[in-house]
Write a protein that binds this ligand. Sequence first.
Ligand code: FE2
Length: 481
Amino acid sequence: MTTNFPDSFDYQGMNAPMRVECDIYDLIVEGNLPKEINGSWYRTIPDPQYPPLLGHDTYLSGDGMISSFKFENGHVDFKMKYVMTDRLKAERKARRGLFGLYRNPYTDDPSVRGLNRCVNNTTPVFHGGRLLALKEDGLAMEIHPETLDTVGVFNYKGKLKSQTMTAHTRLDPDTGELCFFGYEASGLATRDVSYCVADDEGQLVSEEWFQVPYVSLMHDFAVTKEHVIFPVFPTTADLDRMKAGGTHWVFEPDKDTFIGIMPRDGHVTDMHWFRRPACSAFHFMNAYTEGKFVHLDFGIGKYAPFPFIQQASHIHPTPEDMAFGRVVRWTFDMSKPGEKFEEYNLAPAGDFPRIANKDHMHDYSIGYYQRFDPTAGPPLVAGPVGAGFNTLSRLEVKSGKIKSWHSNKPVTIQEEVHIPSKQPGHEGYLALVADLHDTQLSDVLVFEAEHVDKGPIATIKMPLRLRNQVHGNWVDAEELQ
Ligand SMILES: [Fe+2]
């Protein structure tokens, strides 16, 4: 290969493509790794096999790479493999990049017209005995949970009609049901959205479709025991713009945000739409229903945070725009007609919210998330937004009390995963990959979730740099069996 990757933050420094498939038995562990941690932590990473066809692209277009940290009785093994998508196979055959702009097939090489261009690089989800690698512009790819070999496209044995499946599914911790949706469900830049439920055995039991007010980047949604919440933020798509060779996404600050809420035991025709001025969010910490109220907790921002979207939208965030960001609670009164709802501040700005799986959809007290704290060091390049988070925080949701940890070295952190403990009253553990900017390597840090401020209890040393994951999930050994 003779072509170099572009000289942009998406491909340089800690973001430089790795393109390494590997298998490491018994990683070096420093500190005290609790022997009760048994299971696999799956992670999906964008890692481009080839430089982009047009000479530039976003980090998010990288070919899906799936990895697993298998924890067993104080030992950790690591495995990493490409998701063998049609797109990757075609590019390997041609020995070059064939795909153009992010999610714009009109900019591709003519030789791949009509080919499935999904990179399946966003979230690994284990459900119904299957491991799925997901990305929201296509269908799931089934992966062998032990070998990480690609099994093939998974569409619930042909039952799923939606052409897309979100990377942010919601698992009901009590019933084992997996709730998910797909936007642009009937094709590129369509307003159709699917809402689907798979039972605890992984069988698709319902699929309903509805239309959103405009085509929106619906990255995540939320589910309570009683309701389903579909936020529609004004990062919008337009088919004519794509046909003209433009970007899939533009942020439109003049458009309102809409929030559709439907009863879980009802239908999409029962959707109640709420509305407020433009804003942006990518990940929801949790949601729950309390009588007539539905609560939704998350980190809000003024604009979509990705530089390639801001650039296409001619948005240049000011310090005031940045100060808009914070963690909020939106409370919707389902008994009132109309479009208004309440907003309350919960905590300082951040993203990558996680909670214990058992707490999903319920009233809860603890959440974990990541922040950029300027007192912990200057911004460092890592991940798709251009600057990585440097601080891990534990939020007491009711009081707003925060405990935090950051490294004293130039370190950015990737999304944390929560690992439950079997000890009664124990809050469990958090694990994350830390980007070590001084050595260009990575460590895996393990924390007692209740005491993140005390720093990691164990460090797993990686002999290589791990590119920033998008998301990861923990699967207990018992569940894998
Ligand atoms: Fe996400």
